[in-house]
Design a protein around this ligand. Structure first.
Ligand code: HPA
Length: 274
């Protein structure tokens, strides 16, 4: 069998399984990053499905990443929220970590809000800040679209010039203003991890124009753009990489938790405006 057909069947199988369990027709997908999973609890009339139960769905192995899909209504929008995600450093392939995006797209979402925790490279971005992602730099040295292209999903050559939707970015900034939450904007560099950056890598990332760095999002956004989705990316700044020598995963989780309430307010307000 053509491997593309096999993948298509797997995605359809996952989507059919989810569709049978949920009552909503989701229009918006949300991926909640490290320590930011609480928003999913706000969903009304929710149906919760463990990733483990969904055929072909990758299961996260990282603390702070629950692995549950929430379907229901939030601010009157029908949503599918992923509480937790898998990472490339867990040993999954690029194809594996982006299967959820294909499945959400198959389920009919048109807009995807991707969130993450990230380290700051820019002194104007401090711990607790939210950064709307304007653009990214792919430093995974891999790409989920490598291999035979499936035209049923999207084109061979993908234009990434407007990957992070301008309108959604301005909605996010407007929502922040109204809630008194200062929203920054910047460039996210995605690396495989699981190591945090060396001081030399930090110097390199600053030099090439990155404002924040993390270990997710970039592959997901590439597949979302390939699928024709509108993307909004939000990083929660949990640390400054200038003092990366002392950084631990616990610190990232603690700092993300501190701004979780604000984050919930912000995303709910964004949903109202979409
Ligand atoms: N580096 C990479 N990934 C991260 C960081 C960081 O400093 N903080 C949160 N995720």
């Amino acid at each position: 069998m053509d491997p593309r057909e096999h993948i298509r069947e797997q995605i359809k199988e996952s989507a059919d399984f989810i569709r049978r369990k949920i009552k909503v027709k989701p229009e918006i997908g949300i991926i909640l990053g490290t320590g930011l999973g609480g928003l999913a609890e706000d969903v009304a009339d929710k149906k919760i499905i463990s990733y483990e139960d969904i055929p072909n769905f990758p299961v996260p192995l990282t603390p702070g990443h629950n692995g549950k899909l929430f379907a229901g209504k939030l601010e009157d929008k029908e949503v599918l929220i992923m509480q937790g995600r898998v990472h490339y450093y867990e040993g999954y392939t690029m194809l594996g970590i982006t299967i959820p995006i294909r499945v959400l797209s198959e389920l009919g979402i048109k807009t995807l809000i991707i969130t993450n925790s990230a380290g700051s490279l820019n002194e104007n971005l401090v711990i607790g800040d939210f950064m709307v992602i304007k653009d990214h730099i792919n430093l995974f040295f891999d790409n989920p679209l490598i291999g035979q292209n499936d035209e049923k999903f999207g084109p061979r050559f993908v234009n990434m010039g407007g990957a992070y939707n301008k309108k959604l970015r301005s909605i996010a900034k407007e929502a922040g203003n109204e809630e008194g939450i200062d929203i920054k904007e910047g460039i996210y560099a995605g690396l495989s991890g699981p190591c945090y950056e060396t001081p030399a890598e930090v110097a390199f990332l600053s030099l090439i124009g990155a404002d924040a760095v993390g270990m997710s999002t970039v592959p997901e956004v590439i597949v979302a753009v390939h699928s024709g989705l509108r993307v909004l990316g939000i990083s929660c700044i949990t640390n400054s990489v200038k003092r990366v020598e002392k950084l631990t995963h616990d610190e990232v989780l603690i700092e993300a938790k501190k701004v979780e309430t604000q984050f919930r307010i912000l995303v709910r307000d964004i949903l109202k405006k979409i």
